[in-house]
Design a protein around this ligand. Structure first.
Ligand code: SAM
Ligand code: SF4
Length: 317
């Protein structure tokens, strides 16, 4: 299904919960979020029904996210049911990885194709400070578990933060030398009420190219990341530049929040409620969201703010 600008909408990001077992400083308030009751969020059956309608309209890739998707009870059985939708080509999960040691094989067996794991630093003290409560060892065990379970290609997401992890660009890049993984550097986005950083924290991905002038282009795989490779490396680096090189013209996604709203654009206020809708009415609302996708978001400078009314944990990234 194409939007009004001819963009083929093939990708749905589904947030399963606003809750998380971490409290990353750029994403969530320190106290976390209050627990939602079953009535506040979509049931797994409602989520499945929405995905089915979206697939009927042309969506071919679904990513489960959150909050932390692995803390949502029943998520493995949801994966199994989504995998049974014949036209769905790819089922992926974005996770902080902490629960992967227990869940990676189950997810693989349920039909999840691959996972992206978020990790912003390789230093245990810094990991604990950026996540407020996390242990780097747990995250590393999660990455290991995903690899062993065959959830590949494996991608690691690292939000670039000036003065915090820019000194680790070479160390992250080195991870790609011997293993077929993609390390993706993501520009920090000023969204929600929880970004406690000043202007110096925003670092354009250009910093990666300056720090690693030996990088060579690694070809486009149709995603939003610009891909590079260290000479001779097995894996790749991806640069995701929502601010410095806005990729709205290629945006092919919709986002479903855990409480059942569709967001045509990550950074716009507009939300289209889907709860209680079925069949034709549900399909019509999905089409409305597709028609309402804006040409681009207004987040072209770090000192502008996202118009989204939600923090990132309530959208899914
Ligand atoms: N809990 C899971 C995780 O951390 O991977 C999934 C949800 S999290 C909201 C999805 C992605 O959004 C993560 O890679 C996270 O680093 C990223 N993210 C959160 N807040 C961000 C911000 N202000 N700017 C850029 N990326 C952000
Ligand atoms: Fe949780 Fe992911 Fe947000 Fe970190 S980025 S607080 S792991 S939802």
């Amino acid at each position: 299904m194409k939007d009004t600008l001819g963009r083929e909408i093939r990708y749905l990001r589904v947030s399963l919960t606003d809750l998380c077992n971490l409290r990353c400083v750029y994403c969530m308030p320190p106290e976390g979020v209050s627990k939602q009751t079953h009535r506040d969020i979509l049931s797994l059956e409602e989520t499945e029904e929405i995905v089915q309608e979206a697939v009927a309209l042309g969506v071919r890739k679904v990513r489960l996210t959150g909050g932390e998707p692995l803390v949502r009870r029943g998520m493995v059985s949801l994966c199994r049911r989504l995998r049974a939708i014949p036209e769905l080509e790819e089922l992926a999960v974005t996770t902080n990885g902490l629960l992967l040691p227990q869940m990676a094989s189950e997810l693989k067996e349920a039909g999840v194709d691959r996972v992206n794991i978020s990790i912003d630093t390789l230093n245990p003290v810094k990991y604990n400070s950026i996540t407020r409560i996390g242990s780097l060892d747990d995250a590393l065990r999660g990455i290991e578990a995903a690899w062993t379970a065959g959830l590949r290609p494996l991608k690691l997401n690292c939000v670039l933060i000036g003065g915090f992890n820019d000194d680790e660009i070479p160390a992250f890049a080195a991870l790609t030398e011997q293993a077929d993984i993609e390390v993706r550097f993501i520009e920090l986005m000023p969204i929600g009420h929880t970004t406690p950083f000043g202007e110096t924290a925003y670092l354009p991905c250009e910093a990666v190219l300056q720090r690693l002038p030996q990088l060579v282009p690694a070809g486009d795989n149709g995603g939003v990341a610009e891909r590079y490779r260290l000479p001779g490396a097995i894996g790749t680096l991806g640069l995701i530049r929502p601010l410095s090189n806005c990729f709205c013209a290629r945006c092919n996604r919709l986002r479903l929040t855990a409480d059942g709203c569709l967001k045509p654009c990550l950074h716009s206020k507009e939300e289209i409620p889907l709860r209680g809708l079925h069949g034709e009415a549900l399909r019509e609302q999905l089409l409305t969201a597709i028609r309402h996708k804006p040409e681009q978001h207004g987040l072209l400078r770090f000192d502008s703010r996202s118009e989204s009314a939600r923090n990132m944990n309530a959208i899914g990234g």
